[in-house]
Design a protein around this ligand. Structure first.
Ligand code: SAH
Length: 391
């Protein structure tokens, strides 16, 4: 198979040789044809030496490389990458156990497949393309997932329309005839709504942090803000929390939270459909909660929105610091890729200064091992969190 060749300037090959998967448009010296958005292209140096195979895009990131090996059979490449991703999930104990059956199988650059997210829910894989190239190859990828999974994955659902912001309506099953509707995470049960839920259906990335919360929640008064499916709330309830308040502005989310609380036979809870800031300012008493979870949506969607996002994190953490009881814990998160751990900690520090509450960091948290960060692509680290003990 031959592909359009993209030749890089002599002084612009270093990053690619160090396995950074992005080629910026400014690094390109010559294009041998007229590739369309999403086409597979071959990247070479000025002497014509092979550097990588990737998907072409007409933006500042011109190529996203998915293979640095001189192998041209795209289907074979996908099968190999998916097999490698399965091997990693086996190594970290997530493949086929009877405790947890929801996990990320492909985390984009972290699994050497830039632009592709695949989450597994029981027998269903949900494929989310973030690039046209991956989107165009969804059928091939679905087949490769099924083949590499050796019978574990029966259904593959494509859910890329919102991520790609295109007008076509393409979300739906690529393989199989049903989707998983209930998953188990550390033996707790959760309803997932793959077709219409947020992201691919569930916030898999908070699994280990929810479990950490369970270590502290017994007999405690817990406030779970931005609760979505009530993940943190269920863990708190099953550990014997004295009271759990869950808050989300979406009625669908609070309904899901209540369903999951019932499903797990939880007690002592109340769920509120409200804006978190309104709820905290109007309905929550000062120094009341023993544990507060702050897990907002990404406040910064890009680098330009960073400053505002940091202000928002500061405001949110300030309100939590007012509402937390003496000696209480705040689990505070940012899932904005554009906000670094340092910046996030800066915002939390500023909130502590302004409220005059003395706090100490007892845990620094990140995304779990099924969301690996490619060392050559540190941009892949997006979820960061702190657990503070507040005086
Ligand atoms: N903690 C959740 C995931 C949170 S996702 C989990 O573990 O699964 C973020 C949630 O915040 C969404 O459900 C969204 O509806 C909600 N949200 C966004 N802005 C909000 C606001 N201002 N007030 C309340 N909820 C909000």
């Amino acid at each position: 198979m031959s592909f359009v060749k993209i030749t890089l300037h002599a002084n612009k090959t270093e990053a690619v040789r160090r396995f950074h998967p992005w080629v910026f448009s400014g690094a390109i010296k010559n294009i041998s044809g007229e590739p369309n958005e999403g086409d597979v292209v071959e990247v070479t140096d000025e002497k014509g030496n092979f550097l990588g195979l990737g998907h072409y895009a007409k933006g500042s990131i011109a190529v996203r490389i998915f293979s640095f090996a001189n192998e041209k059979n795209v289907e074979q490449i996908f099968i190999q990458k998916i097999e490698a991703a399965i091997a990693l999930r086996k190594q970290i104990g997530l493949w086929q156990n009877n405790i947890t059956n929801a996990f990320r199988l492909i985390h984009g650059e972290g699994d050497d497949l830039p632009g592709l997210i695949v989450d597994v829910y029981g027998n269903t894989a949900v494929l989310q393309a973030h690039s046209k190239g991956m989107f165009q190859q969804r059928e091939l990828i679905a087949q490769a997932i099924k083949k590499a999974s050796a019978g574990v994955i029966e259904n593959v659902y494509s859910k890329s329309d919102s991520a790609l912001k295109h007008k076509e309506k393409t979300d739906g099953l690529l393989l199989g005839n049903s989707v998983c509707e209930e998953i188990s995470e550390y033996k707790l049960l959760f309803k997932v709504d793959i077709p219409t839920g947020q992201k691919t259906g569930f916030f898999i990335d908070q699994r280990e942090n929810r479990r950490l919360l369970a270590r502290y929640a017994e007999n405690k008064k817990v406030l779970n803000t931005f609760c979505y499916t009530g993940g943190f709330s269920v863990y708190a309830a099953k550990t014997g929390a004295a009271l759990i308040h869950s808050v989300d502005s979406s009625a669908k989310a609070t309904q899901l939270t209540n369903e999951n609380m019932v499903l797990n036979e939880c007690a002592n809870y109340e769920t509120f459909t409200a804006d978190v800031f309104d709820f905290m300012n109007k309905q929550a008493a000062n120094n009341f909660y023993d544990i507060i979870v702050l897990d907002p949506p990404a406040f910064a969607k890009n680098h330009n929105a960073r400053h505002q996002a940091i202000q928002a994190y500061k405001r949110l953490n300030m309100v939590a610091l007012q509402k937390i009881a003496k000696g209480g814990l705040i689990f505070t998160f940012s899932c904005s890729q554009a906000v670094s751990q340092e910046m996030f900690e800066g915002a939390v520090t500023a909130a502590s200064i302004e409220t005059g509450r003395k706090s100490k960091i007892i845990h620094r948290l990140m995304q779990p091992p099924d969301h690996p960060v490619n060392i050559f692509h540190p941009e892949g680290e997006y979820l960061k969190g702190l657990v503070l003990t507040v005086q």
